[in-house]
Design a protein around this ligand. Structure first.
Ligand code: GLV
Ligand code: MN
Ligand code: MN
Length: 413
């Protein structure tokens, strides 16, 4: 039988071409578009191969069950007996990508989950509670703007009407893409899970420096997205005197610099990675510029202060430029402190370092509802949300072994 790294490679190669852009080498796997739908078909096929029935939650999330999805509800609850109680142990991640994203962010957690099930079975382990592999929809928010949309819907963390009406760049709503109005919160389904463990590629270089293949997460920084809409006056680039212009591009440029400076002052992160210009013509002063601010910090107060400062500076600059500023918060994720006891237990079990992250994950949303943990797999480049994201097959195999140990610990005793 081939090595685990070899089996990882075989499975990985099945999905590697799906949604890959030949020019950038990055992935265009937006939620519920053709490449992501192909990956969902692949998920069903993998579940089928393993005799794992697949259920959907009406929000676009898929669940493959090792153990009976229609069986009696778990007796264990978070309060009564914690993650080793009666409920199912959930693992998995997401298939969708950011524009020209890396191969590993998301899919690694799903491929590793199926391989961890194989490892457990091969070892003869017998779960006393179901092990469930999940594929959450629209984790990146790259298509509809709100990250972790699937897990937010499942947990009731977003209003269903708002989610249904979110539109992509072509004007297609989430409900239209899903083929139905999303079902929203499903406490009965959520109540069937005793714990969630998401394995993810590391999005930094802590594990490279620590010379370790796998880590356990301690926390996720609070973060959010703010849409800065700047309106001015569209006009001719050649004939409009400089003094007469109301150019929102100037306000935008100043705002981006201010965001960078304010973040540096606070040891926080601020990024404007997306911009839309109207009419987007070389020879026209723009009439409107929209920039999306992604801001993150270790503490909520720092994040709040950062965004307030950027808004104040943008507003002041808008007054000087004669432009109008509207700021809308598109999403907010509070500080996530993962279940400390669980993290410590898994770190002990795996002899792995524990580290916080500035990246958002479905695990961050689910953590408010059930004991949740994350495992990170070393990324030699430390780069993520880019084609340069990477992981060696050997480290991915180490991730599978770690996840299998964790599932054995949580589901088999
Ligand atoms: C998701 O990857 C995020 O942190 O934005
Ligand atoms: Mn991501
Ligand atoms: Mn991810």
């Amino acid at each position: 039988m081939s090595s685990l790294a070899g089996r990882f490679r075989e499975l990985w190669d099945e999905i590697a071409p799906v949604g890959r852009d030949a020019d950038s080498g990055g992935y265009l796997r937006y939620a519920l578009t053709a490449p992501e739908l192909r990956l969902r078909e692949w998920f069903r096929a993998q579940a089928d191969l393993r005799g794992m029935p697949v259920s959907e939650d009406g929000n676009g999330n898929l669940f493959a069950w090792w153990g009976d999805p229609g069986g009696t509800p778990p007796t264990g609850t978070r309060d009564s007996d914690g993650p080793t109680g009666g409920g199912a142990v959930l693992t998995g991640s997401h298939f969708d990508s950011v524009p020209h994203g890396g191969a590993y962010d998301g899919p690694l957690g799903i491929v590793s989950a199926f391989l961890a099930v194989d490892e457990l079975r091969a070892s003869g382990a017998v779960p006393v509670r179901p092990v469930v592999v999940a594929a959450f929809v629209e984790e990146e928010g790259a298509r509809f703007g709100v990250p972790c949309l699937g897990s937010r819907l499942l947990t009731g963390e977003i209003d269903v009407d708002r989610a249904a009406g979110l539109r992509d760049a072509a004007g297609v709503s989430f409900a239209e893409a899903l083929g139905d109005r999303p079902a929203g919160a499903d406490p009965a389904l959520l109540g069937r899970f005793a714990a969630f463990v998401e394995l993810h590629v590391e999005q930094g270089r802590v594990l490279v420096d620590a010379d370790a293949p796998v880590a356990v997460a301690s926390a996720i920084w609070p973060h959010g997205r703010w849409r800065f809409e700047l309106r001015g006056e569209g006009n001719h680039a050649g004939t409009t005197r400089m003094a007469d212009r109301r150019d929102p591009m100037l306000t935008y440029a100043f705002t981006v610099l201010a965001a960078n400076k304010e973040a540096r002052l606070r040891d926080a992160h601020a990024t404007v990675g997306r911009v839309a210009v109207e009419p987007n013509a070389t020879n026209a002063v723009p009439s409107k510029v929209t920039g999306w601010l992604d801001a993150r910090a270790a503490e909520a107060e720092t994040l709040h202060g950062l965004v307030e400062a950027v808004q104040a500076k943008a507003a002041e600059r808008a007054r000087r430029d004669g432009t109008e500023l509207t700021v809308t918060q598109e999403s907010a994720t509070p500080l996530v402190a993962f279940d400390r006891e669980l993290a410590d237990r898994l770190a002990g079990l795996l002899a792995a370092p524990v580290l916080p992250t500035g990246a958002g994950h479905d695990a961050g949303v689910l953590a408010a509802h059930l004991p949740t943990a994350m495992l990170f797999v070393r990324n030699p480049t430390g780069v993520s949300h880019s084609p340069a994201e990477s992981a060696t097959d050997a480290d991915c195999a180490a991730g599978v072994v770690a996840l299998a140990r964790v599932l054995e610990e949580l589901a088999c005793h």
